[in-house]
Design a protein around this ligand. Structure first.
Ligand code: 5GP
Ligand code: MG
Ligand code: MG
Length: 180
């Protein structure tokens, strides 16, 4: 089924689960090569990254640690407010460690800018970002740490594979775009 309803909106398929899996395997191989002897800490940004994080980590073949954190922001709706509130669960042992922040999507970049400011206070050895999706046309705060990107997409609202519309649709296996 190519068209679905999530809440009060209609969506059409944008990126199939098969394409996501193919791309994820390539990124995992790249990260495994880049971090072979570095024992990185993967830090997933909840809730949106939960499926990507799991699928990515299953394909990596290196010693690593896995953690999750959450930042409360972006209360429902279709646009990013740019207002951050609070970070929960960021590990406090990041000094001299190699970090890979895992995101569902980089839109304006404000969320990551805020997270990165907090992360650097702990003096990690290195920080890179891995995001499943990236909207180049929407970026307002460029993220120099954005090293691994699954798919660049136009400035349109997407849902599924972890991403929500008012908390619905995170469990969809494909990624869908709004039909305007
Ligand atoms: P940013 O701070 O980069 O503008 O956006 C960060 C967060 O906004 C993402 O982690 C995600 O939760 C949400 N977001 C941005 N664009 C979209 C989108 O197209 N669909 C959904 N579901 N969430 C989005
Ligand atoms: Mg996110
Ligand atoms: Mg959301």
């Amino acid at each position: 089924m190519n068209t679905i309803e999530v809440g009060d909106r209609k969506f059409e398929i944008s990126i199939t689960n098969e394409r996501i899996n193919e791309r994820t395997k390539l990124i995992a191989a790249q990260i495994s090569a880049d971090y072979k002897d570095k024992c990185p800490i993967f830090i997933g940004v909840l809730n949106g990254s939960f499926l990507f994080m799991a699928d990515l980590l299953k394909e990596t073949e290196i010693p690593c640690e896995v953690a999750f954190m959450k930042v409360s922001s972006y209360q429902g709706g279709l646009t990013s407010s740019g207002e951050m509130k609070e970070i929960f669960g960021l590990p406090d042992n990041l000094k001299d460690r190699h970090l890979i922040l895992v995101e569902d999507i980089v839109d304006t970049g404000f969320t990551l800018k805020y997270i990165l400011e907090k992360v650097y206070l702990q003096a990690p050895a290195s920080v890179r970002v891995c995001s499943l999706l990236f909207k180049p046309e929407a970026i307002l705060s460029p993220i120099k740490e954005l090293e691994y990107v699954g798919f660049e997409i136009p400035n349109e609202f997407v849902v599924g594979y972890g991403l929500d519309y008012d908390e619905l649709g995170r469990n969809l296996k494909h990624i869908y775009r709004t039909i305007s």
